[in-house]
Design a protein. Structure first.
Length: 173
């Protein structure tokens, strides 16, 4: 009886787990590097008021089972979170298209080992690309996976800056 090697088993698991959320093939520039996939995430969600976002491109960035998790403090002081799939994020993203939204990375701390990477990507958000001041800042915590052929977003958890929660200087370029 043949026994599968540990690497063969890992390859099979990776192939089964890392399935795209859309039939659209990803742009190789979006998924061939960590820089590419991070830039693609920010690019897809950004745009002027009235501009539809390329949600098929968005879906092509995330592996099956991916999660998006905003966390923060409510007005009553309690801390909470919401867990969404990439598709649930799309369903709730109408305000991005209605109001205009531009998010850009202003700093990054990155750790990688083997096929995984974790990034603290500090962001600023504006309604218009040329607004002098952002209306929000925070940190996106990305979990990424490379299956040997491309990078996948596994999760993004984010926390906005606020009173009592300033962004530490080490997370800003």
């Amino acid at each position: 009886m043949n026994r599968a090697t540990p690497l063969a088993v890992l390859a099979l698991v990776a192939a089964l787990v890392a399935t795209p959320l859309t039939a659209q093939a990803p742009d190789p520039d979006d998924v061939s590097s960590i820089d590419g996939i991070i830039a693609a995430v920010y690019d897809v969600i950004s745009g002027p008021a009235g501009q539809a976002r390329d949600w098929d491109r968005w879906r092509s960035l995330f592996m099956d089972g991916a999660r998006l998790i905003p966390v923060g403090r409510a007005q009553d002081g309690s801390v909470g979170h919401r867990v969404m799939t990439p598709e649930e994020y799309v369903s709730g993203a109408g305000g991005l298209e209605r109001n205009g939204f531009f998010e850009q990375e202003i700093g990054r701390v990155q750790e990688s080992f083997g096929q995984i990477a974790h990034l603290f990507s500090t962001y600023e958000s504006r309604r218009n690309r040329d607004d002098a001041q952002p209306f929000a800042r925070g940190i996106n915590s990305f979990q990424l996976f490379n299956d040997g052929t491309r990078w996948w977003v596994v999760s993004i958890m984010w926390n906005a800056e606020g009173p009592g929660n300033p962004i530490p200087a080490r997370y800003i370029r």
